[in-house]
Design a protein around this ligand. Structure first.
Ligand code: ADP
Ligand code: ASP
Ligand code: MG
Length: 814
């Protein structure tokens, strides 16, 4: 015989109930006898509780609620059962609903709702659904026996969460089953009866437990839990869109997962079936051909040591602390006694090895009561200051990794806490059962979704990891970057297993958010319709979204934005900057950003600050990390100046060549930063800082070749003045040409000193053959003594800069 349990959604309406009927018919076709356990119609238990509560508050609208409940059942009967067979069922529904109303009227008059009365009221949900179902089968001439669960399941009088007396219950079930021979037995779920005959319930979600009790009692061949998902999943599908069906799972694992919040099965369900070795299958009523999840003990190894991840929301941590606790037995006994006397369930316990504190996780709803009773229990010790008053922290949650095989795999907790740390999830307490089947961590409630997704990616995602980008700046480089991201989306997913989502775009005017990722094929139009840009709001929204693997990307040259990086880093959001302002402002700020990144496990990357897409900073970091020492850096770092001096032959004026460089996108937004040498100063300073030198801009000497008048006033004035000084520029190149040399604007760093200036380069030098907008960097180090390590290539241009930013993004996503 098999036990089939159908949950609330499976019997929510006539259409679903018909589906359930056909599942039962399939079993009968295969000559399988079944016991069918039914939940109330979806939502009815809550509706009944609501009506009862309204009545207890003296709110007459409970009558409307009850009417709606009655009408919903009547409508189901009318749709489900042929007209000529309806009347007796309709009158059964009316009779039951009258009984509910009578009880609620009493509650209304007395303004009192005891747990006992509550149980009596909610039990009608299952009574109604199961009797309607029995009538439906009868109308189809399917022989069945309806049995009130209260005649079988005998419990304690803990109303709302009663404990089953298995000795009596098992006997009742065995005696009953011996007397029936119909192929279908129907039993309402959730309900039982105490020794005095009062109706009790088994706890919310308790119909699963009814199925287990009946299954164990009749020694069923299998208990099938039919619900609205295709099995137990690696995580709650409402939180993790990529959650996967678990094909099979051990009893213990299923028990742990359900205890830690996997609602798909009510936690006590497993135990009675495990004791008898009866397998449990979780199946989807709406996709019956799917195999579902098998819960049993002969599990094949599948290579994954983690079976699932679950979470419990609304947790409080209560901590008892004090010097008086050390070495004295009995403190924890008194603490747990106080909790147990109040029937407060303990979810998690940790104690520090100094015995200085005990920390207990309980449901938040019980926290205030716990505080009162524990402070009372330790009133004396609190008074003599041996123990502190109980500390209560609210707004927390538990996440738990579950898997039988964890104990054979070192490094799982390292991986777990590493992933959480990288995403800025603060862990308040940790517990690991001695069975090593579970590692649980207490975190902020607001971090649950992110944490579960991060862990799911870490342990289950073989297909991809999601990276969320917040991009600010849509100018030359920004728009190229967005185009590259769009083009490479498929490549990233297939080859790097990264799903890169642009979750926000902003520029100086507008901002746009989309957690699912902005459609990059039309970001311009979408951004135009976005909200007005407000930097503080932009930051606050990103922080609030709390998405996993987040990277903020600054492709502006804006100072205010460069000042905002700490807001991201502090939330463990990595920062990728093409903007040079942060790294070239005060050493103190540069250092602060580096420290914040380290402290909050984020990355702060700015490869494009020097040499655009060329791997300059990455190479320098690799040299230093591997123990090399930089003795001298010589570099041509201005793509703009190189372009200008390569193209300036005296035919066109110097000003015209500079304008051409600006038009082609090789200059900073303000070209004077390039021509004055300031941009080169910033770059050599960044390289010096990355080499460990505390350098400021004032420490760098700059022999500018620009006449002073050019650098005053507006950009237009700058061009006009350059025209006026054409002779000066002509002289510069003529002199170099006469010596057979070329002009290059060179930056140097040696012995803690940096300088920039125009130099005459002879044909043997590495810098002689630099064309177009090329940059070149020579690193002289302990390892590269005579011949430097040379990095050379295009050092300016939106496309290469964007690709450098792209590479940093991939690094940050790593
Ligand atoms: P029923 O009414 O059939 O008893 P429940 O609502 O009690 O159904 O349980 C099924 C729901 O449990 C699913 O719809 C799903 O949202 C939720 N759930 C939470 N965690 C998990 C998990 N790990 N696997 C599957 N479902 C889960
Ligand atoms: N109807 C009850 C509830 O909603 C029991 C169940 O469905 O399992 O909690
Ligand atoms: Mg359920």
């Amino acid at each position: 015989m098999q036990v089939l349990k159908f949950g609330g959604t499976s019997v929510a309406n006539a259409k679903n109930i018909n589906t359930v009927v056909s599942i039962v018919q399939e079993k009968l076709k295969e000559d399988i006898r079944v016991a069918v356990i039914l939940s109330a119609l979806g939502g009815i238990t809550d509706a009944l509780l609501e009506a009862a509560t309204l009545a207890s508050l003296g709110d007459i609208t409970y009558k409307e609620k009850l009417l709606a409940i009655e009408q919903r059942h009547l409508a189901v009967v009318k749709e489900l059962i042929p007209l000529d067979k309806q009347s007796s069922v309709l009158s059964m529904v009316k009779k039951r609903c009258n009984e509910i109303e009578d009880t609620c009227n009493g509650v209304f008059l007395l303004k009192e709702l005891s747990l006992r009365t509550k149980d009596s009221i909610v039990s009608y949900g299952e009574l109604l659904s199961s009797q309607i179902f029995a009538a439906k089968l009868k109308s189809l001439d399917i022989n069945n026996t309806w049995k009130d669960a209260r005649d079988l399941i005998i419990t304690s009088s803990d109303f709302g969460n009663a404990t089953v007396d298995f000795t009596v219950t098992n006997k009742n079930i065995k005696d009953f089953i011996a007397t029936v021979d119909s192929p279908v037995i129907i039993v309402p779920g959730f309900t039982g009866k105490d020794k005095s005959g009062n109706t009790t319930t088994l706890g919310r979600g308790g119909s699963d437990y009814t199925a287990a009790i009946i299954g164990a009692g009749i020694e069923a061949s299998v208990v099938e839990i039919w619900t609205d998902v295709s099995g137990m999943m690696t995580a709650d599908p409402r939180l993790v869109s990529n959650a996967k069906i678990i094909q099979e799972i051990s009893y213990q694992e299923a028990m742990e997962l359900s205890h830690f919040g996997a609602k798909v099965i009510y936690p006590p369900t497993i135990q009675p079936l495990m004791n008898k070795g009866i397998p449990v299958v979780i199946k989807n009523t709406f996709a019956p051909s799917y195999p579902g999840t098998w819960i049993h003990n002969e599990i094949k190894k599948n290579g994954n040591s983690i079976r699932g991840i679950s979470s419990i929301n609304n947790l409080s941590l209560i901590s008892l602390e004090g010097s008086g606790m050390v070495g004295i037995p009995g403190f924890s006994k008194r603490l747990f006694e106080a909790l147990s006397n109040e029937k407060i369930n303990v979810i998690l316990i940790t104690q520090s090895s100094s015995e200085h504190s005990i920390c207990v996780g309980i449901e938040e709803a019980n926290a205030d009561r716990a505080k009162t009773v524990i402070d009372e229990a330790f009133a004396y010790e609190i008074e003599i200051k041996k123990v502190e008053p109980l500390v209560v922290e609210k707004g927390l949650a538990i996440i738990a990794l579950v898997g039988d095989n964890m104990k054979n795999h070192p490094g799982i907790s390292g991986k777990m806490f590493g992933a959480l740390g990288r995403n800025g999830v603060n862990v308040r307490a940790i517990a690991q059962g001695s069975s090593e089947r579970n590692i649980s961590a207490v975190i902020a409630l607001t971090d649950v979704k992110k944490a579960i997704n991060v862990l799911h990616e870490e342990f289950f995602e073989t297909t991809y990891k999601q990276v969320n980008l917040f991009i600010t700046g849509t100018g030359n480089v920004g728009s190229k970057l967005l185009a590259q991201l769009q083009q490479q989306q498929k490549h990233l997913q297939e080859h790097l297993r990264l799903q890169v989502r642009v979750a926000a775009i902003s520029n100086s005017r507008r901002m746009l958010f989309n957690d699912e990722g902005v459609d990059l094929s039309k970001w311009k139009e979408l951004l135009q319709d976005g909200e007005a840009m407000d930097m503080n709001e932009f930051i606050a929204t990103i922080q609030e979204k709390n998405l996993r693997n987040s990277v903020f990307v600054d492709v502006t040259a804006n100072e205010a934005i460069a000042k905002s990086y700490p807001e991201y880093l502090k939330k463990s959001i990595s920062v990728v900057a093409c903007n040079k302002i942060a790294c070239s402002s005060s050493y103190e700020y540069y250092k602060k950003l580096k420290d914040l990144a380290r402290e909050f496990n984020a990355l702060f990357l700015f490869e494009t600050n020097v040499g655009a897409g060329l791997p300059v900073i990455g190479t320098l970091n690799d040299l230093l990390r591997s123990g090399d020492k930089v003795n001298r850096i010589e570099a041509v770092l201005s793509g703009t100046l190189n372009f200008v001096f390569n193209n300036y032959t005296g035919e066109k004026s110097f000003a015209t060549v500079v304008r051409q460089a600006q038009d082609e996108g090789y200059t900073e937004p303000d070209p004077r930063l390039d021509l004055s040498g300031t941009d080169v100063m910033r770059k050599i300073m960044i390289l010096a800082r990355e080499s460990g030198e505390e350098l400021e801009m004032e420490d760098i000497s700059n022999e500018s070749f620009m006449p002073e008048s050019c650098m005053k006033g507006t950009v237009e004035n700058f061009y006009n003045e350059m025209e006026k000084h054409e002779d000066h520029f002509l002289q510069l190149i003529t002199k170099a040409k006469q010596e057979g040399k070329k002009l290059k604007f060179v930056a140097k760093f040696e012995n803690g000193k940096a300088a920039v200036g125009l130099q005459h380069i002879d044909p043997q030098h590495d810098f002689y053959h630099l064309y177009g907008k090329d940059n070149a960097v020579l690193f002289y180090t302990d390892r590269y003594t005579e011949q430097p390590l040379v990095i050379k290539g295009a050092g300016a241009g939106a496309e290469v800069t964007a690709s450098g930013v792209f590479a940093d993004i991939i690094r940050a996503a790593g």
